[in-house]
Design a protein around this ligand. Sequence first.
Ligand SMILES: Nc1ncnc2c1ncn2[C@@H]1O[C@H](COP(=O)(O)OP(=O)(O)OP(=O)(O)O)[C@@H](O)[C@H]1O
Ligand SMILES: [Mg+2]
Length: 212
Amino acid sequence: MSKYQFTESDIYLPGTDIPRNKLGIDNPELLHEIEAALLQQAYIHFIAELSPTVHFDEEYFKSLHRDTYESLYEWGGHYRSVDMSKGGSLFCRAAYLEQESRRIFRELARERYLQPHAGGTAEAFAERLAHFQSELIALHPFYELNGRITRLFFDLIAIHNGYEPIDYSEALAAGPSGLNAYIEASIQCVQRAESGKLQQIILRGLRKSEAV
Ligand SMILES: Nc1ncnc2c1ncn2[C@@H]1O[C@H](COP(=O)(O)OP(=O)(O)OP(=O)(O)O)[C@@H](O)[C@H]1O
Ligand SMILES: [Mg+2]
């Protein structure tokens, strides 16, 4: 069973948006620092583990979340069992998560994890990567850390296809409206099933790897 039966109150400390964690930390800044350190370690680990035969399937995607964060969170690697929204965006209903996830990963496998686009233009590669990233943004399968794990997943796909990890730094920097460009693009993905803005962000952050 891939879904975990957690309710909101199992996930967050009462009256806060601070996730309950195995270290008993209730200081959000400290928690963010630990999350950042774990993510940094995960990049090193998963990049080192990449091999030409890796399958970027649902199990792999979940393993990124689990292996990165299970030392901190009980629900590491588990899909949510509650409906979730952010701003005015409702993500995939919990009841349809499993079937939607299966569809997305089936389509990604059918496109051989973007390998056929690797030799083409960066524009074409960015278009397909943005399409699939947009699908996972709308899925929002985990309770927390969806953005970071989704970007890690596609960074690994980018590396697999001869690119560097994607540079999202401009898009993730806070804009004047308080919403950064990545969130603006995500709103388009979730509310309109359009990945055009996301494609522009990805294209700007894509660079061919110089390694031979
Ligand atoms: N208003 C919104 N509409 C649609 N999607 C949104 C909205 N706000 C956030 N998102 C999406 O949800 C993700 C954040 O999810 P979550 O908080 O689970 O992960 P995170 O790792 O903390 O993300 P991030 O590092 O991107 O802030 C964002 O990266 C974005 O894709
Ligand atoms: Mg978050």
